[in-house]
Ligand binder design. Sequence first.
Ligand code: SF4
Ligand code: SF4
Ligand code: SF4
Length: 375
Amino acid sequence: MNDQEIYQRFMAYMNNPVWEFTESEHLMPMLTSFISPEEAAFLTGFPHSSRTLEQIADIKNMDPDELLPTIKAHCRKGTVYEGKRGDSVRYRLWTAVEMFTRAAFWPSDVEEEAKLMAPHVNKYYMDGWYEQKRAFTHPELRTIPISETVESGTGFMPFEDILKVVENYEYYTVSKCPCRAHHNLDPDYKPSPFPMEVCLHFNELGHYIVDNNLGREITKEETLEILKKSADAGLVHGINNWEESPDTICNCDLEYCTYFKPYHQMGFDKAHEPSNYQVSTMPELCKACGLCVRRCPMDALQLKFSTQATNKFRKAVVVQEENCIGCGVCVHKCKAKAIILKQRETTTRPPKTVKDMVNLNAMAVLTAKGLMEKN
Ligand code: SF4
Ligand code: SF4
Ligand code: SF4
C-alpha cells in the first residue's frame, strides 16, 4: 500500500456521518506534517472507544509488551487518550478535531510536526472543516460567570457556581491554550496578547495531561489564581456543556478561540452556550468610560445618550440582550458598579452527560444533512 492509500484509509476510519474530513488544499499538508504514514497505519483500526491494552493487542495482533511503547508515544503526541480509573487503564483515539486542533498543541514545548501543521490547521478550519458544526444545538462549552459579577443573593445551580465547581475536583492541572497556540505558530496571524497557560483540566483528564507531559499539576489555590488572572485579562470562563463530571474549564478569547472565532468570523449564531445570567445596567451610575464596551467578547454593549445618565457626556451603557452570554467580563472591571449580572427570567440546564450532549448535536447534524427525520 502506498502512502496516499494509507492516509486515505486513515481518513475513512476517522470519518463518521456527523463529522468527516472535507476537501481542501490544506487537508493533506495538515495530515502529513503531523502524522507519518507509519503512524497513520497504526491509528487506523485503533479503537474509537476505550479498550484495555490486552484488547487492543488482540485487535492489532501484537504482543501487549511490544505494543505499549507505541501507544504511550501516541498518548504523548495527543493522538491517543489514556484514561485511568483505579487499577484499570484504557485507551482510545482522540476524535479528529481534538487530535488536530487541541491535544497536539497542549505540550509546553510543541513538537516540530505540530509547528509545521499549525498554519494548515488554521486555514483548514476556516475552509469548510468547522462548517460541519454549524448545525450543533449545544456548543461544547458553556459560559460560567466570573463569580463576584453576579448580583449578591442570587442562587446558583450547582453547575454554574465556578467556586463550588472548582472546590469539588480532586486533581488540578493547567496546559497551554491550544487555540491560541496554533494561531501563534502561524506567521499569518499576529501573536495573541492573552495569557497562554490558562487551560484547566481536572481529575481523569488531568492525570492524562500530566502523565503525558501535556501540562502540569497545580493546586486548587493556583487554579483560582489562574481564573482571576484570566478574568482580569478579559478572557471568558467556559466549562464543558454538560452537568455531570465536567473536566475542563477554558479561558477563551474572542479572536482565536474555537468557539468565538466561528461566531465572529464565520457567521455562526452561537459562541459559548450562554449562562443563566445577563447584564443589567444602572445608567445613573455609569461614567461612560467605555471600558466594558471594549471588554465585551460579544459586542453586546454600546454607549448611548441616556436621560438617566449623570455624567458630563449624558451617555450610559446599553446592552443588546440577545448577544449577552452572561460572562461577567464587563462587570469585573467596572469601578462605578454600574453593571451587574442578574439571573435570566427563563433559566436552562445543560445536557446531563457528555453522551447526551454528543447525541443531541449528532441528531441536529444528521437532520440538517437530511440523514434523519425531524421529530
Ligand atoms: S476553547 Fe478557549 S481556552 Fe480552550 S483552548 Fe480554545 S480558546 Fe483556549
Ligand atoms: S458601565 Fe462601567 S465600565 Fe461601562 S462605561 Fe459605564 S462606568 Fe464604564
Ligand atoms: S455584556 Fe458582554 S461582557 Fe458583559 S456579560 Fe454580556 S457578553 Fe459578557
